[in-house]
Design a protein around this ligand. Structure first.
Ligand code: MTE
Length: 303
């Protein structure tokens, strides 16, 4: 099966920065997914074979990170202000090992994998991003999730003196997000620490951000300082801001329109001014892997 977007980028579009990772290495890394039974004939296998990643330049210069402004180029301009030194993450709630962990301690002994994922923003643009990250389930295992836990809540750092968007109050900060525990434990869910083998850029959510590839991009919360296991559905920033437009689940779904625009197609960043829009795939192309998480749920109600 050939996707239209495989033709939108060629080797000539890859920046020298990106070129050091040759395509074969990237593919080999992605095929590694097969080892945990994710590929088979499914979308993840297509990910390995068909997807051409965006360039590092594209990935780091067109962003949403409202702490640093609402414009697409604001994060690149302003996120150098983010202070990532001595980063700590509080792990609390229904866990056996609560505490404030230095980032390095929390990740010690865990494997960083290469994952090329589609990334689909709710605003109907998309990229393909070669992340380096850790399966979130590995981190949860370290935390020791208690049986009563049903959800995971996440919180982004607030550094008012460094964050122009916080100073301006463009959203109710801290930015918060959440997942159901089974979504959080799914092998596709990662905590990214890098892109193209480089530490993740501040504008992409340094030093660590969530990536949930089958959900709209706003679920993938950046620059995380708190992870809380809970038994109640956690509040989420965009739902608090516009509950009729942004639900808790926010699975990519071409059949359920945003109240103000269609979600049936998307614009691939880097495709050029005249590139045709591409069809949006249910669960962003990861249907085979994740659809069973939502068995029996009406996805137009739980949007
Ligand atoms: N996380 C925080 N803390 N603040 C934000 O404004 N924006 C979200 C998500 N995570 C956001 C955030 C949205 S709307 C998107 S589409 C993605 O980050 C964008 O990720 P990227 O800039 O790395 O492409």
């Amino acid at each position: 099966m050939a996707f239209r977007w495989t033709n939108t980028l060629t080797a000539a579009d890859v920046t020298p920065k990106a070129a050091y990772l040759n395509r074969r290495q990237i593919l080999a890394a992605s095929v590694g997914l097969g080892a945990i039974g994710l590929t088979g004939t499914g979308a993840a296998a297509q990910t390995a074979e068909e997807l051409e990643p965006n360039t590092l330049e594209e990935i780091t210069s067109y962003n949403n990170f409202y702490e640093f402004g609402t414009g697409k180029e604001d994060p690149k301009r302003n996120a150098h202000m983010l202070d990532t030194t001595d980063w700590k993450i509080t792990v609390d709630g229904m866990v056996d090992n609560p505490g404030e962990y230095a980032l390095a301690d929390l990740l010690e002994g865990l494997t960083v994998e290469d994952r090329i994922y589609r990334f689909r923003c709710v605003e109907a643009w998309s990229m393909v991003i070669p992340w380096n990250g850790i399966e979130f389930a590995d981190i949860l295992e370290k935390a020791g999730v208690q049986e009563t836990a049903k959800y995971v809540a996440f919180e982004t750092a607030v550094q008012p003196e460094n964050m122009i968007g916080v100073q301006r109050g463009v959203l109710d900060f801290p930015y918060v997000e959440g997942l159901r525990l089974d979504e959080a434990m799914h092998p596709l869910t990662i905590m990214a620490t890098g892109i193209y083998g480089e530490p993740i850029a501040n504008q992409n959510g340094a030093p660590i951000r969530l990536v949930v590839p089958w959900k709209y991009g706003f679920k993938s919360i950046k620059s995380i300082v708190r992870i809380t296991l809970t038994d109640v559905e956690p509040p989420t920033s965009w739902n608090k801001s516009q509950p009729s437009e942004y639900g808790f689940y926010s699975n990519v779904n071409p059949e359920v329109s945003h109240p103000r625009w269609s979600q049936a197609s998307e614009r691939r960043i880097g495709g050029g001014l005249f590139a045709p829009r591409i069809d949006t795939l249910k669960f962003n192309g990861y249907e085979e892997e994740v659809a069973s998480l939502y068995d029996g749920m009406d996805l137009s109600v739980f949007f």
